[in-house]
Design a protein around this ligand. Structure first.
Ligand SMILES: *Cc1c(COP(=O)(O)O)cnc(C)c1O
Length: 217
């Protein structure tokens, strides 16, 4: 699918949901994709990207930023505390804040560096043991912990279990956000971004539908 087709489908979903046009940001998830594909999407004028790993992003985005103005890169994957400093220097936003230890580290570094990326708290809406994210029942307290640390929590993020209807998880995330006065909702991927827009996503994270299948070979 082309970038224009995805953008068009997002717009239609916004209209169908009675939402303001352009209120959903499209994060093009460029992890594992060959540089040539990423560069062609940059050349089309797209500027908002998502990556899963600090190391991988560090290897390609400094060069792309030299060539293209106004690039914004968001970290979507899990963040180890020993990579937090590097992440704060590389990314405009981190979508995977999921535990007190990481929140404390980010707060300390924010003091030291004098800036902090926008932060999303990741919620493990499916309560899957292997998946990152704070449990729904702990989310309110954790969001408060982050706020007490003066961290800029702009949204919540979830990755629904693959075998379940994602809309239930999007609705749960929206409910947790609403009761905590959090505006951003990072939810929806290639297979379900329209359903996420219908439930209020402010950021959809679309990879393979834009770039094609990832080749992990
Ligand atoms: C890889 C990834 C995506 C994009 O997935 P697609 O199915 O390729 O759209 C979105 N969010 C996260 C957290 C990811 O790791």
């Amino acid at each position: 699918m082309s970038l224009a087709e995805i953008t068009d489908r997002i717009q239609k979903a916004e209209i169908a949901a009675g939402r303001e046009q352009g209120s959903t940001k499209l994060i093009a998830v460029s992890k594992v994709q060959p540089n040539a594909r990423v560069e062609s999407v940059l050349s089309e004028g797209h500027r908002l990207f998502g990556e899963n790993k600090v190391q991988e992003a560090a290897g390609k985005w400094p060069d792309f930023r030299e060539k293209f103005d106004g690039v914004s890169v968001h970290l979507l994957g899990p963040l180890q505390t020993n990579k937090a400093r590097q992440a704060m220097e590389l990314f405009e936003a981190v979508h995977s804040v999921d535990r007190p230890k990481l929140a404390n580290t980010l707060a300390r570094l924010a003091q030291e560096l004098g800036h902090c990326p926008d932060l999303f708290v990741q919620v493990n809406t499916g309560e899957e043991p292997q998946k990152a994210g704070i449990l729904p029942s702990d989310a309110d307290a954790f969001i408060q912990t982050c706020r007490d640390l003066d961290l800029p929590v702009v949204g919540l993020m979830c990755i629904p279990p693959v075998e379940e209807e994602p809309s239930l998880h999007f609705a749960l995330l929206a409910k947790i956000a609403a009761r905590n006065g959090v505006e951003g909702l990072s939810m929806g991927m290639s297979g379900d971004f329209e359903r996420a827009v219908a439930l209020g996503a402010t950021h959809v994270r679309v990879g393979s539908a834009i770039f094609g299948a990832r080749d992990y070979g």
